[in-house]
Ligand binder design. Structure first.
Ligand SMILES: [Zn+2]
Length: 306
């Protein structure tokens, strides 16, 4: 009986050795943990499913939605044939500088308004409101919108605003393989380049969701936000204005969606309020004070005294 534990140990060892020989995994490797983000971003992640459903509904209202759906289905079929461009050198990013002159956000209060998920026809109303007060902003575009409204992509860039990459189909980047993620970013950059002659130098992951793999594979600065208007959820111009003005502080990157009609209505009011409080309205790279490092995650920009 005293030899039984020894025998048992030997039997277990033999079994383990057999499993290794049969190619069983030697150790369990956990998936990389998602980065810990600000509370507002965590709330955002919890609503990813609502948001995805909402985007599908919103996009289906556009006349080209059926064509887009068919195109996306075909793209899925061709997914295996997407070339892996991991070996090719990254495209040289081009940054748009503020045509009204450099703004030093370390010396004066700045806010960077960011508009996601467009462009759409009423993005032009946002452009008009920004032009009225000579304000600059950043637009994180999806490829599927950029190919449908290339002339608006060009109008955004020509007006001196920053254009960022928001992926092709607004899929959570952490759900994509390395090849799929590169494809989402490359195809979007190609669509923007074809429309406006520039390649985005920064990206915003849909839903603000990212992990260490996304940071590495994207090869671009990843821009999150400080003030969340939650405009897509309440769809109220008054609430959008209220949430931005209640939440904003110098150096903030503000999340808005030009996909929302109510947001286009809110922008002139938000601009009026921010200017009255002494804010300078700049692009993301201006509020950071630099173009950003590939793979780094940015939220708060510079502000006086920071
Ligand atoms: Zn988005």
């Amino acid at each position: 009986m005293r030899h039984l534990p020894l025998f048992f140990l030997a039997a277990v060892s033999a079994l383990a050795a057999t499993l290794v020989l049969l190619g069983a995994p030697a150790a369990y490797t956990p998936a990389p943990a998602k980065l810990s983000l600000s509370p507002s971003t965590q709330i955002w992640q919890e609503t990813v499913n609502d948001r995805t459903q909402y985007l599908r509904t919103s996009i289906s209202a556009y006349p080209w939605a059926e064509q887009l759906r068919q195109r996306t289905d075909n793209d899925d079929d061709q997914e295996a044939g997407v070339p892996d461009r991991s070996g090719s050198p990254p495209s040289e990013p081009i940054f748009i500088r503020n045509p009204s002159g450099p703004v030093d956000c370390s010396q004066m209060p700045c806010a960077a308004l960011t508009f996601d998920d467009g462009p759409v026809p009423h993005t032009r109303e946002v452009l008009e409101a920004l032009a009225e007060v000579d304000a600059r902003a950043s637009f994180f575009m999806t490829g599927q919108m950029a190919v449908n409204y290339p002339e608006i992509v060009a109008e955004v860039a020509d007006a001196g605003h920053e254009v960022g990459n928001h992926g092709w189909s607004h899929t959570d980047f952490t759900d994509l393989s390395d090849g799929q993620l590169r494809s989402e970013l490359d195809r979007t950059a190609d669509a923007i380049e074809q429309a406006a002659g520039i390649r985005p130098g920064m990206a915003r992951p849909p839903y603000g969701t990212l992990d260490s793999r996304v940071r590495e594979v994207s090869g671009l600065p990843l821009i999150i936000w400080d003030t969340d208007s939650r405009d897509w959820q309440h769809k109220s111009a008054a609430k959008t204005r209220e949430r931005v003005m209640d939440g904003v502080s110098p150096g903030d990157i503000v999340l808005l969606h030009d996909l929302e009609r109510s947001t286009a209505e809110a922008v002139p009011l938000i601009l009026q309020d921010l200017l009255a409080e002494g804010y300078h309205l700049v692009t993301v790279s201006e509020i950071l004070g630099h173009p950003g490092e590939p793979g780094q995650v940015y939220r708060k920009g510079q502000s006086p005294g920071s």
